[in-house]
Ligand binder design. Structure first.
Ligand code: ATP
Length: 301
């Protein structure tokens, strides 16, 4: 009987109709609330990405008219580079991700991908070009295979398997009696946070987008898990233009470039060693997190 009712599952109906790329965002940005904010301009062309460069050009943005969150922010991620955004809580890091996906339009300034203003191309083509690995992935009530294959219409079994391997989720799948056919989500197998993130990584590998947005974990993982996740995250960002939103610093020390955001303004930027040398906000945050990590380590002993 449950089988008969399955097609009526509300969430099921929603996610099957929502276009690829959107649902990832729904998980991260609670799309439902923001969906109506932006519209495609009439006859908008599709975004065409030849060189996946990403540019914020003097972007001014606030959720409410009387409170500006980003005050004329400019930065660039060259094609294939890995840029991380760090900064205190509330600095506007996640807001940058929301604007990149065009859940909102800036009040002034432009966001460009390969020289094209993202406000002037179709949202579908924009979201096809960007993969996202959210810190807290939501899985659909379906099989683990579906959850990975969903990255791209028409993904083959081989592609799904290769992605699962690269995302280090294959050992888990091989242990399950029903393998890829195992139901996960609310009514199925519950996966840990790290396992869910690996499914999201596999999904992104299947999608194979030129640009990747990583929303890195807020909470501390044990260092072995963190190292494992980092290794797989590296696979997703390899050869792709990557913007990493980092709530902790330990995960982004090897980024090509780090932007330090403070109250919606770029306070500092550079590589990890450069920023440590400057001895400013970044160095301060780094010292604080190192001290916290040491305390945690001592507490665990
Ligand atoms: P954290 O590291 O704590 O996640 P963040 O740097 O990612 O912080 P944002 O989530 O970008 O910060 O938020 C920046 C500011 O915008 C905050 O002051 C927040 O209160 C405000 N803000 C975020 N989302 C909304 C919203 N939907 N409506 C109104 N204000 C919002």
């Amino acid at each position: 009987l449950m089988q008969l009712f399955r097609p009526l599952d509300m969430l099921g109906m929603v996610y099957r109709t929502v276009r690829q790329g959107l649902i990832d965002m729904a998980a991260m940005f609670r799309l439902i609330d923001t969906e109506a904010e932006v519209r495609d301009i009439p006859n908008a062309p599709a975004l065409i990405v030849r060189r996946p460069t990403l540019q914020f050009d003097n972007v001014v943005f606030g959720y409410e008219p009387d409170r500006t969150i980003l005050h004329g922010l400019s930065f660039e991620v060259p094609a294939g580079r890995h840029v991380a955004i760090v900064g205190p809580s509330g600095a506007g890091k996640s807001t940058i991700g929301r604007l990149l996906f065009r859940f909102y339009d800036p009040q002034a300034g432009r966001i460009l991908i390969d020289g094209q203003d993202i406000a002037k191309v179709t949202q579908v083509s924009l979201r096809e070009a960007i993969g996202i690995v959210p810190q807290d992935s939501v899985l659909f009530n379906d099989t683990i295979g579906y959850n990975i294959a969903y990255g791209r219409d028409g993904a083959t079994r081989e592609e799904v398997e290769a992605a699962a391997r690269a995302a280090a989720i294959m050992p888990l799948i091989e242990r399950l009696p029903e393998g890829f056919e195992t139901e996960v989500g609310e009514r199925g197998l519950k996966l840990s946070g790290g396992e869910k993130q690996r499914v999201a990584i596999a999904r992104t590998l299947v999608k194979d987008p030129p640009i990747v947005l990583l929303d890195e974990a807020t909470s501390a993982l044990d260092s072995r898990t963190e190292q494992e996740i980092l290794r797989t995250l590296h696979r997703v960002s390899e050869h792709r233009t990557t913007l990493a939103i980092a709530h902790r610093l330990s995960t982004i020390a090897d980024a090509d470039h780090i932007l330090v955001l403070d109250q919606g303004r770029l306070a500092e930027s550079g590589t990890h060693p450069e920023l440590l040398r400057v001895g400013g906000l970044y160095a301060e945050m780094w010292a604080r997190q190192q001290a916290e990590a040491e305390q945690l380590g001592e507490a665990a002993e």
